[in-house]
Design a protein around this ligand. Structure first.
Ligand code: IVH
Length: 658
């Protein structure tokens, strides 16, 4: 049989392009200039256009193809994707070493890898083809993001499996956002009037979860792979890493092996000094026992292997100067002072602002315009001023609102200063943003710039006006067309019958967060009953204290009651929430503080409720458990003062049997 000459050339081109993609994206050793590479790619594309029947799904031209649906399908992992135990200092690492030596015997080899601060990813290859990419999700079930991950050029679409692997196997590792690309993305987002990403990890997660794979493709995400399941003939972690590299997957070159813990400590120290030279963030190093047979002997505790530990780095700190202190006005009129800083790179990311919280804290730290300050950034946490080498107290909040010029007052006993003009445009905008936001009425597509325009054109003053908007009025807005206007209109209509708890949260009752809103909704069932409740009735609700009860009562007696009525008149119909299910946590009261890794706080709160427990906003003696995530703050301190049970994330999920 004669082979079509086009087929031969196609195969040649594909092989050559794959080789150059590997050299460029995986090994970082390009042999071609960009123009030479582009020429090959163009030739392949043109040839495929002439022979559409010869196009194959694993061709380099087919990375962006197909579409993800609006909802990513859920996929169950072959084996759970685990997390790691943490060690925060040398003592904890030495304890790990003693523990594993006692269990696995004297002769141990450790493999050290950098702990990439990205997004865990699982890739499934079947008969040498990439068939699925999934996020970690809760460790058991993740999301199918295949269409998007196919666009990452360091992820081979086709590979030559190592001898001894079954036809289907999984590769696991990390997807991350290279720092330079991250900075550029954020500059572009800001230029386009969009909210920049908080940090590279969020940017990576956001990019992997795009509806349009074309957007993911444009983000230049990178990968490092570190696990193989099953391991095939590999007998150690070191062999796994070598095997992955041999299959052309991207493996971090900065790995090392040590026969004792001293080497591990040195490695950790070395990368603490040199982490800024990397093009990605690391939040520690991962120490793994090399030999698989020893790993097996040690096994697992709860959600993490006993044979590995994440030896973390403390938050990054840098010195810089305060250029000015600017006050931002929130939805309740509270002024938040923010230090505008001389830009400084902290942990690889440029920091320009740091929140100063309130006047008292500004002066407690002694921050002033022109001050030299030490700033810190830890993972998801908003940068903050840790200390001021030469403090100078005496900074004062402005007496007039920087946005509307209205009076600024401090209402004892509160520490905050507020602009008391209810018509202040900044407050109006922030109230609307809160109303439409996540966890509240959740009106997708009603972002900052749309709200600004609606206010400017005097189409919307308070949230009830949103429900009187017509499609024609939306079409007129900048960046809107018929379709987008219809879509937003549709979303607004859909939001009319959100559950009562979301509605209450959206109203923005002082002190009432989403957890309290849920308690109130369950207790009172209808908006009318809650609005009529007196303080005594309110205090009776678990999780509601005296000051909160007073606030709720005052809210409904005043402007809040009016707003609620206007919303009902505009056809908003909050739906009753179902009674609390009975379950494993029934009667238990939880408070969450800090950032969780595996799910957002509202999701964790929802989980508690599903199991019959309650999630409240404030720590009190009645709280059963305080779950402290990363960078937990004052709630954790209070819990410790009250000697309450404090769970870390791991212990929380263990309690839930997950
Ligand atoms: S091993 C069974 N190695 O850290 C252990 N994890 O808390 C599985 N991570 O979810 C993880 N770099 O997303 C491992 N070199 C590395 C890593 C790494 C980053 C992340 C991973 C995991 C989390 C563990």
């Amino acid at each position: 049989m004669k082979v079509n000459p086009a087929t031969r050339r196609l195969e040649q081109l594909r092989a050559e392009i794959r080789r150059h993609e590997h050299l460029y994206y995986v090994l970082d050793q390009p042999e071609l200039t960009d123009a030479q590479y582009d020429a090959l790619f163009l030739e392949l594309r043109q040839l495929e256009e002439q022979h559409p029947d010869l196009v194959e799904p694993d061709s380099p031209t087919q990375r962006v193809g197909g579409t993800a649906s609006e909802q990513f399908a859920k996929v169950r992992h072959r084996s759970p994707m685990l997390s790691l135990q943490n060690a925060f200092d040398v003592e904890e690492v030495l304890a790990f070493d003693r523990r594993v030596r006692a269990l696995a015997g004297r002769s141990l080899v450790y493999v050290c890898e950098l702990k990439i601060d990205g997004l865990a990813m699982s890739l499934t290859y079947d008969h040498g083809k990439l068939v699925r990419a999934a996020t970690r999700g809760d460790g058991q079930v993740g999301e199918d993001v295949t269409a998007n991950v196919r666009t990452l050029r360091s992820v081979p679409l086709a590979i030559e499996p190592l001898a001894g692997l079954p036809v289907t196997f999984e590769v696991r590792g990390e997807v991350y956002f290279p720092l330079a690309a991250f900075e550029k993305l954020n500059r572009d987002m800001e230029a386009a009037g969009r909210q920049p990403f908080m940090n590279p990890r969020n940017a990576a997660a956001g990019s992997v979860r795009q509806i349009d794979p074309g957007v993911t493709a444009g983000r230049n995400l990178q990968t490092f792979m570190y696990a193989l399941d099953p391991a095939g003939r590999s007998r150690s972690q070191w062999e796994v890493l070598e095997g992955l590299a041999a299959m052309d997957l991207r493996v971090n070159p900065n790995r090392a092996r040590f026969e004792n813990i001293e080497g591990v400590i040195e490695y950790h120290h070395h990368w603490q000094q040199h982490r800024h030279e990397l093009d990605h963030e690391i939040d520690g190093v991962v120490v793994k026992i090399d030999r698989h047979d020893q790993q097996q002997e040690l096994g697992f505790v709860a959600r993490s292997p006993r044979w590995a530990v994440a030896y973390k780095y403390a938050a990054e700190q840098q010195e810089t100067q305060v250029e000015e202190i600017v006050c931002y006005v929130g939805r309740t009129g509270v002024l938040t002072p923010v230090a505008h800083l001389r830009p400084v790179i902290v942990g690889g990311v440029t920091v320009r602002n740091a929140t100063l919280h309130n006047e008292a804290l500004v002066n407690q730290k002694g921050v002033y315009p022109g001050a030299t300050v030490v700033v810190q950034r830890a993972g998801d946490v908003i940068p903050e001023v840790v200390s001021v080498p030469e403090p100078k107290p005496g900074w004062k909040m402005p007496a007039k609102c920087p946005v509307c010029g209205g009076d600024v007052v401090r209402e004892e006993p509160y520490i905050a200063h507020r602009c008391i003009n209810p018509f202040c445009p900044a407050q109006r905008l922030e109230r609307l943003r809160h109303f439409a936001g996540r966890g509240a009425m959740d009106i997708d597509g009603l972002g900052l710039s749309t709200l600004q325009q609606l206010i400017q054109r005097e189409l919307v003053q308070d949230p009830s006006d949103l429900y009187r908007l017509q499609v024609e009025q939306l079409i007129d807005l900048d960046r809107f067309a018929v379709k987008s206007a219809q879509k937003l209109f549709q979303r607004l209509q859909e939001s009319r019958d959100r559950p009562l708890d979301r509605f209450l949260y959206a109203l923005g009752i002082p002190q009432v967060g989403s957890a309290t809103a849920e308690l109130l909704a369950r207790e009172f069932n209808t908006l009318e009953r809650l609005a009529e409740a007196d303080e005594a009735e309110l205090i009776n609700v678990e999780g509601v204290g005296a000051s909160m009860a007073a606030e709720i009562h005052r809210f409904f007696a005043g402007t809040g009651g009016e707003l609620a009525r206007r919303l009902l008149d505009a056809g908003v119909r909050p739906q009753p929430v179902a009674a609390a299910p009975q379950g494993a946590l029934s009667g238990k009261i939880f408070v969450f503080t800090g950032t969780l890794e595996r799910m957002s706080r509202p999701e964790a709160e929802e989980l508690v409720r599903q199991l019959g427990g309650k999630a409240t906003g404030g720590v009190s003696a009645r709280t059963h458990y305080v779950v402290a995530g990363e960078a937990a703050g004052s709630k954790l301190e209070k819990a410790q003062r009250l000697k309450l049970r404090v769970l870390d994330e791991e212990a929380f999920f263990a309690l839930l049997g997950r």
